[in-house]
Structure formats: structure tokens, C-alpha cells
Design a protein around this ligand. Structure first.
Ligand code: F6R
Length: 561
């Protein structure tokens, strides 16, 4: 579960001497290194990996958080937006807080209601009904053989195994032990025993739940022989691209029909998924003759959509809070929601009218790599089924990606010539602009070097002032309609001292360094172009001594707005 945050980690285990809480700053490995967890014996426990929102990264703010007398311990995902008010009230009641987190109020609030004579369930219901914001939390109690949890906005899933039960934010948390899952919906609480569970809504009405069998193939991934998950996932792309094509034909047809059924299409996503959305905008226009607007999920407001809109949401995890918020705004406006996700049991997949899977397997590296190229391929597939494209060309694309991946060593050597660079610019035109943006995003998040992606034609309107002797500029310029214009801009850059890395189907003397890419249909070229950019960013990070799998301050799944 470390992909959800890795600032700090902690566990709370019910032992004969009460709940033993162990926490440390850093990743799970740091926790196991400083403490001999094996020496603790117990059969009920909770654990958490944190991505700091409220309060610094330190041991006090790491989860679990205990009640005043250690009778209960809590882990929480999300944000409690009214925590200040609740904290004041509880402090007035005599509760002592040990952290700066918003989360800690939950356990004290539960303690307050439970210690004043309410049953566990009724204290839990009273607690959740006081909280605002978003949460999935789990509490272990010193004197009970159960754990309890609640969901509002953030995911929570029960796993039912032969030797016990689990409650986690993702099936990856228990898939090693069981493939039987029960997905909690928003505004549900659970009381979980070793072999039984009871789910209720926030009013206390019991809810009958359905047990789902989830795919084992989403099992816990390992790095195998690779030094990092990021490298493994970059190299896995030929296989991932082949797997995208294994879609249920009828579902794809239905998806296309729904996308066409409303007069307006709005595409949304965050970060890399937003870049895939920009590609979708181009390709829907050129292949399917569908015009669309692309809106970053965190910037989507009710005035952007109405009931005549189909919202196409792109997300690897399906749990990104911004994407889910956009989805809920769309639902409230009566829009139709279509999504493309990698994690099929995710909140987004479940809240959409229809959802297509990327099928690219778990992506562990925080930087999206194989999920991005899979998004592009699936968007191409849909657009071509709706219009004039030929999706047979996709079958060929994975081989072409392989030829670029064979240049990994060369790209590693190439980036060694840029280790002193403090800024990188990525330029392109037309359908290649999303790739320039993506190349810059990968470079900054993995190597911590400032990077900007932009439309090549915009350079002369301002950014050219930043170019001095030796400034690295990556130019994405395969031979197509925009080739000559981009080349002209590159020559202008050279005249001002830029050091140019060219990525193209044709070499040119203007490039100081050149990464050749194979010629493919212009609509599919972005899938090929992004591969060298991923490798550049990956090797830049490794050379700078950064861990590309876990960039600082980030989390794989961003579950707060
Ligand atoms: C960048 C990256 C992020 C994600 C973004 C959305 O490499 O991975 O920008 O793309 O947080 O995540 P999903 O696609 O899971 O919604």
C-alpha cells in the first residue's frame, strides 16, 4: 500500500498488553528496520502509510493515532475539513492531542461517544455523522475482537479470507491472502470480525452486501530483476500495449455509442491522465469528428457541464480525488459518465455509467508510464471504432515501442551529458504537444530538475528569453505536417545557444543529440515519442541519486482534493 504515501508508516497491533503502536518516518522498510515487528505477537492490527496533509512529516503525525487512554487506535485516509472545530470541542472536554493531524480528532470523537455509554456501532455512527471532508478510516479496540471502519469519499474494501478478514483501501492490501472482496459504498460503516461482518449506512440501517471475486492477476507485483519498478514498467510497455487490445468487443461498442449519444463531450483527468485527455481531444476530432473540451479535473466546475454532456474521465488508479470530484459534479448535473481506468474495482469505475479497463497490470512506480501509453492506445482504439482510423495499426505499435526501448543504454549515456542542467524545455506542435507536457512532467517529478513543456510556436512569445548558452531543449518532431515549423523553431533555439535533443523519424544537423524513432501513423506517433522521454527522466533521476519509484512529496494515488 506504500504507493498511497511514503512519508511515514506505522502499525497498531492488539497484544496481551494492549495496543502496541509502532511508527517511524520514511517507508515501510524504515519501520521494519528500526523495530523488530516480529517480536510482537497479536492477531488483530491496523497499518498505514502516510502522505502528509495536516502536520509535518514526523513520528507524532504518523498513523496510527491513539485515544487518550490507548483503548483504541485509528488509521485514516482523506481530510477532515471541520477538524479544528471538533478538536477545540474535544480539548474543552479534556481530550489530549498528540499530533497536528486532522485524523486524530476521529479517534477522540469515537472515544468520547463510546465512553459515554454508546454501543460500538452507535458511537461509530455518531462519529461519522459529525465529520466533514472525506475519509476512510479503521479503528482497532483494545477490548474487542473486531475492527471497525467507515467510508465517505475515500475507498474501503473488505477482504474475506479463510483465516481472517481484511479492511483496506485497495485490493492490493489483501490479494495475497484472498480474492473475495466486498466493496463498501460511500456513507457505509462496517464492524468486522474474523469471519463475519456487518455493514450499515450512516443512519444505522443494515445493508446486504455482495461478495465479488477479484482477479488474482492484480497480485502484489515485484521488481523482478529490475532496479526499480519504474524501469520495469517502462520496459513492460510492449506487453501492456498488446493487452489493451483485449477488450470486450460489446463493451467497446456500447462505450462508443454512449460517447456519441450526447451533443457535448468533456474530457477530464489529472497530471499524466490529463495529458492523455489532451491526446484524446486531438484524436476524437481527427478520427471520429467529435469535438470536445478538456478540463483538468481539479478545475471542473458545475458551470462547465450540463445534462447534455458526456464526461470522459481518465485515471490510472480510479481513486484520484480530483477526478472523483469531477465525476460527482457531473453526476449531480445529470451528465453521463464514461471512464477509462486501470484499477477495475476502483471508485471511478464503479461510479461511471460505463468503464473500460486499461488491462496494463498494477503500476507501482509513482510516475505513470505504461498506464499512459495504454490510455493513448485505448483512446485510439475507441476513436478509430467511431470513425476512420484503422485499429489494426495498433497491433504493430508494440513492436515499434520495442525498437525504441532497445536504445535505453544509449539514452542513459546521452543524459550523462546533461547532469548539470538546471532547467529542461520540451517543445512540440499539434498532437505532439501533450507529449512535450508529459516529458516535462516526468523530468521534474523523477529528477527534481525544473522542466517545462510547451507549444513550439509559443517560444517566440516569451519563453525564448530563458534560453542561454547550453540550455537543454528536447524537441519532439516526427515527420508530419508540423515537421518544418518545429524544425524552424529549433533553428531559432540553436541561434540562441540551446543544446538540442531531437526526437524524430529523421535526423538533422541542428540536433546536438538525436534519438531516432520509427515512423508510424501520425495519430499513433505520441505512443512512440513518449518512450525516450520516460527513459530520459528515469536515467536523469538515477544519475542524480534520486529514487525514481518514490519521488519526494508525492503519492501514487492522490486521494485528497
Ligand atoms: C505523473 C502521475 C500523476 C498522475 C495523476 C493522476 O507521473 O503519475 O500526474 O497521472 O496523479 O493519477 P490517476 O491517473 O491515477 O488519476
Amino acid at each position: 500500500m506504500e504507493y498511497r504515501g511514503y512519508d511515514s508508516a506505522g502499525v497498531g497491533i492488539l497484544t496481551n498488553d494492549g495496543i502496541r503502536v509502532i511508527k517511524s518516518v520514511g517507508k515501510v522498510n524504515d519501520l521494519t528496520n528500526v523495530q523488530d515487528l516480529n517480536a510482537i505477537s497479536g492477531h488483530i492490527g491496523i497499518g498505514h502509510t502516510r502522505w502528509a496533509t495536516h502536520g509535518k512529516v514526523n513520528v507524532e503525525n504518523a498513523h496510527p493515532h491513539n485515544s487518550c487512554h490507548g483503548e483504541m487506535s485509528l488509521v485514516h485516509n482523506g481530510i477532515i475539513s471541520n477538524f479544528q472545530q471538533i478538536k477545540k470541542e474535544l480539548e474543552n472536554d479534556g481530550h489530549k492531542f498528540k499530533s497536528d493531524t486532522d485524523s486524530e480528532v476521529i479517534v477522540h470523537l469515537f472515544e468520547k461517544y463510546f465512553s459515554s455509554g454508546n454501543s460500538i456501532k452507535s458511537a461509530l455512527l455518531k462519529t461519522v455523522n459529525r465529520l466533514k471532508g472525506s475519509f476512510a478510516f479503521v479503528i482497532v479496540l483494545r477490548d474487542e475482537e473486531i475492527i471497525i471502519g467507515a467510508r465517505y469519499g475515500s475507498p474501503l474494501i473488505i477482504g474475506l479470507g479463510n483465516s481472517g478478514s481484511y479492511l483496506t483501501s485497495d485490493i492490493l492490501g489483501f490479494i495475497e491472502f484472498t480474492d473475495k472482496a466486498v466493496f463498501l459504498e460511500n456513507e457505509e460503516v462496517v464492524v468486522l470480525g474474523k469471519h463475519q461482518f456487518e455493514v450499515s449506512d450512516f443512519e444505522g440501517n443494515m445493508i446486504a452486501k455482495h461478495v465479488t471475486q477479484v482477479a488474482w492477476e492484480f497480485g502484489t507485483p515485484t521488481k523482478e530483476k529490475y532496479s526499480h519498478f519504474t524501469l520495469k514498467e517502462i520496459l513492460e510497455q510492449p506487453l501492456a500495449l498488446r493487452r489493451v487490445l483485449s477488450q470486450d468487443k460489446e463493451q467497446v461498442e456500447l462505450f462508443c455509442k454512449k460517447l456519441r449519444s450526447k451533443p457535448r463531450v468533456v474530457i477530464t483527468g489529472s497530471g499524466t491522465s490529463f495529458h492523455a485527455g489532451l491526446y484524446a481531444h486531438h484524436i476524437l476530432k481527427t478520427l471520429a469528428k467529435i469535438s470536445s473540451d478538456v478540463i483538468i479535473s481539479s478545475e471542473l466546475y458545475p458551470h462547465d457541464i450540463d445534462h447534455n454532456t458526456s464526461l470522459l474521465v481518465l485515471s490510472q488508479s480510479g481513486e484520484t480525488a480530483d477526478a472523483l470530484k469531477a465525476t460527482r459534479i457531473a453526476r449531480d448535473a445529470g451528465c453521463q459518465v464514461l471512464s477509462i481506468v486501470n484499477v477495475t474495482g476502483s471508485s471511478l469505475a464503479r461510479e461511471s455509467d460505463i468503464s473500460l479497463p486499461l488491462n496494463c497490470g498494477p503500476e507501482v512506480g509513482v510516475a505513470a508510464t505504461k498506464s499512459f501509453t495504454s490510455q493513448l492506445a485505448l483512446i485510439y482504439l475507441i476513436s478509430s471504432r467511431m470513425g476512420i482510423g484503422d485499429d489494426n495499426m495498433l497491433a504493430d505499435i508494440s513492436q515499434k515501442v520495442e525498437t525504441v526501448l532497445r536504445q535505453a543504454k544509449k539514452i542513459e549515456r546521452l543524459i550523462s551529458g546533461y547532469t548539470d542542467a538546471r532547467d529542461f524545455y520540451f517543445i512540440a506542435r499539434s498532437i505532439h504537444i501533450p507529449i512535450a507536457l508529459e516529458g516535462a512532467l516526468k523530468m521534474k517529478e523523477l529528477s527534481y530538475v525544473h522542466a517545462e513543456g510547451m507549444a513550439a510556436g509559443e517560444l517566440k512569445h516569451g519563453p525564448l528569453a530563458l534560453i542561454t548558452q547550453g540550455t537543454p531543449v528536447v524537441v519532439i518532431n516526427p515527420m508530419d505536417d508540423s515537421y518544418q515549423d518545429t524544425l524552424d523553431n529549433t533553428i531559432e533555439l540553436k541561434a540562441r545557444g540551446a543544446k538540442v535533443i531531437g526526437i524524430s523519424t529523421v535526423s538533422n544537423e541542428v540536433y546536438d543529440d538525436f534519438i531516432p524513432i520509427p515512423k508510424v501513423h501520425p495519430s499513433l506517433s505520441p505512443i512512440i515519442e513518449v518512450i525516450p522521454l520516460q527513459l530520459l527522466a528515469y536515467y536523469a533521476a538515477v544519475k542524480a541519486g534520486q529514487d525514481p519509484d518514490y519521488p519526494r512529496n508525492l503519492a501514487k494515488s492522490v486521494t485528497v482534493n
